[in-house]
Design a protein around this ligand. Structure first.
Ligand SMILES: [Zn+2]
Length: 267
């Protein structure tokens, strides 16, 4: 059965403020490695077309960016310069209210280079919302993007990985055709063709090229390590309020980073 990994990025930059901010040099090196190693790098619409024709290449990576940081436009330019593609999932309120996120004209430029999908209106955890708010997060964010870029928007990614069968049922009924989660695991092409849900491995700040390669190749030791971390955090996610979860998750990450620096030196 054909399997592939999907990678999730957030922001390019040099700041230390966000553990999901990757330097431009690191990002360029990672994309260059993928292309040189013979990987086809694409976004969600390209994956959807390949699933229909059952045409997933043996070396295949699906790439996406979440949130809509302003640096995403430059990331798209880097990707296109190598012939790679990606999908950028944008959050309405971030782009409308925060200075370091994409403005309308930049979103239009981005959509001329790569595909764009929804990452909700407010970045609220979708699976925790009541039906009216869930509908508004999914439908209004899609309408905003379609009006802006003048193209259909049929994909979304779940903020914080909060997704459920109810979220997916509503999304499909509203016209979405594919979604990204935050489960760091392989994708089996036949399973994604059926569920239309893509597992995504998060790329973090300070990740050595060797770790990146292990992630892309789906090394069991890498993915199982990520899943163990996710199951601890998933348990915490279910029982504590969201703001406390964000704080705990940050502490967990810092403790894990300190341990790995003492040990294998990967992250
Ligand atoms: Zn997000």
């Amino acid at each position: 059965m054909r399997r592939f990994i999907s990678l999730m990025y957030h922001n390019l930059g040099s700041g230390q403020e966000n553990r999901y901010t990757v330097s431009e040099a690191t990002f360029s090196q990672q994309i260059r490695w993928l292309i040189d190693a013979g990987y086809i790098v694409e976004g969600f619409p390209e994956l959807a077309r390949r699933l229909v024709c059952q045409d997933i290449p043996s070396r295949y990576v699906v790439l996406s960016f979440d949130d809509g940081h302003r640096s995403n436009l430059h990331a798209a330019e880097i990707l296109r310069s190598t012939g790679a593609q990606a999908t950028f999932f944008l959050t309405h309120d971030y782009c409308r209210q925060r200075a370091d996120f994409l403005r309308d004209d930049e979103i239009k430029d981005l959509a001329s280079l790569c595909s764009v999908g929804s990452h909700g209106l407010s970045h609220a955890p979708l699976s925790r919302l009541g039906m009216p708010q869930l509908r508004s997060e999914l439908a209004e964010s899609r309408a905003w993007l379609e009006d802006l870029i003048g193209k259909p928007v049929t994909t979304f990614s779940a903020p914080g990985g909060f997704i459920s069968p109810a979220v997916l049922r509503l999304a499909w009924s509203l016209g979405y055709t594919m979604a990204g989660n935050s489960v760091e695991w392989w994708n089996e092409a036949a399973v994604v063709a059926r569920t239309r849900l893509v597992n995504r491995v998060t790329i973090r700040q300070g990740m050595a090229l060797q770790s990146f390669i292990r992630a892309v190749e789906g090394a069991p030791s890498y993915l199982i390590g990520r899943r163990m971390r996710a199951s601890v955090l998933g348990l915490v996610k279910r029982v504590v309020p969201l703001q406390q979860y964000e704080r705990l998750s940050q502490s967990f990450y810092q403790a894990a980073a300190a341990l790995t620096q003492q040990g294998r030196g990967d992250g």
